[in-house]
Design a protein around this ligand. Sequence first.
Ligand SMILES: Nc1nc2c(ncn2[C@@H]2O[C@H](COP(=O)(O)OP(=O)(O)OP(=O)(O)O)[C@@H](O)[C@H]2O)c(=O)[nH]1
Ligand SMILES: [Mg+2]
Length: 288
Amino acid sequence: MIFLLKLQSMLSIFKKWAATLQGGAVDWDDLEATLIQSDLGLPLTEKILASLKRQAVSAETIQSATAAEILKLWPVPPTAPSLKADRLNVWLVIGINGVGKTTSIGKLAHLYGRENKVHLVAADTFRRRRPWISSRFGHKRASTGFTAGTEGGDPAAAAFQGLEQALKEASSLALIDTAGRLHNKENLMRELEKIKRVIDSRVKGAPHEILLVVDGTNGANAIQQAEVFHQALGLTGLIVTKLDSSSKGGAVAAIKAQTGVSPYFIGTGETLQDLKPFDPQSYVEKFF
Ligand SMILES: Nc1nc2c(ncn2[C@@H]2O[C@H](COP(=O)(O)OP(=O)(O)OP(=O)(O)O)[C@@H](O)[C@H]2O)c(=O)[nH]1
Ligand SMILES: [Mg+2]
């Protein structure tokens, strides 16, 4: 309901803005409101406005100029992480409840499992669901291993055991799933730091990727999540889910501006195939 109201108000602002453009003059207040409503966040919105004013853009070119400003965030499009040979690559997947961590891990296993031996580690013993691949997706692959922690057990211990098993099976990639947690719950954030330390104690230098999953429909909340998780753990990339909805995922640009972290992938549905590389150009096109 709140989402619909927000969408309606965004649409009316866009319409008003478009009408202004037809009249020839740029209404800077309206443009500012539009960018904020689109979840670009205040710092990025102000930066974009300042730059557009400096360029003295006309009403006719304001849309393309704004798109160009957002694209400046990615002079080079982010590339999905590749696996280094001769090591167990370890990726830790984190985020708040229900954003799509487990689903995204299933998708990553599907994508990377085509050419690599993948091991899935359920370190989500806090509220463990017997997950994925086999159950959610009805999909089993001989090359996919699986380790789950015990119910109510220590997630860091589950991660450790999972890595042991992945090493034993000579896997190329271990994907570590974690329980959803609110970024403002101190003890749960400490738990993630412990998982990270324990991973490094078993595979030196790991985790090689720390991926935050954010729900693309979460708007400004996603910006705050990214900031807190990045500060606590040092994110290497994002997966932005649920972009098959009407959401434009505006927060992606704000997150990049405020933390430097880019999405590697976007989730565009609930099946295994619904994972696409993040492309700044299409992102901006969808935006306008
Ligand atoms: N439409 C759509 N739904 C998605 C996408 N990714 C995940 N979902 C759905 O979101 C819901 C939650 O997904 P999960 O993968 O269980 O989320 P999670 O982050 O692992 O949840 P917790 O472990 O409980 O924190 C499920 O109904 C998924 O099917 C996506 O890209 N698009
Ligand atoms: Mg999960």
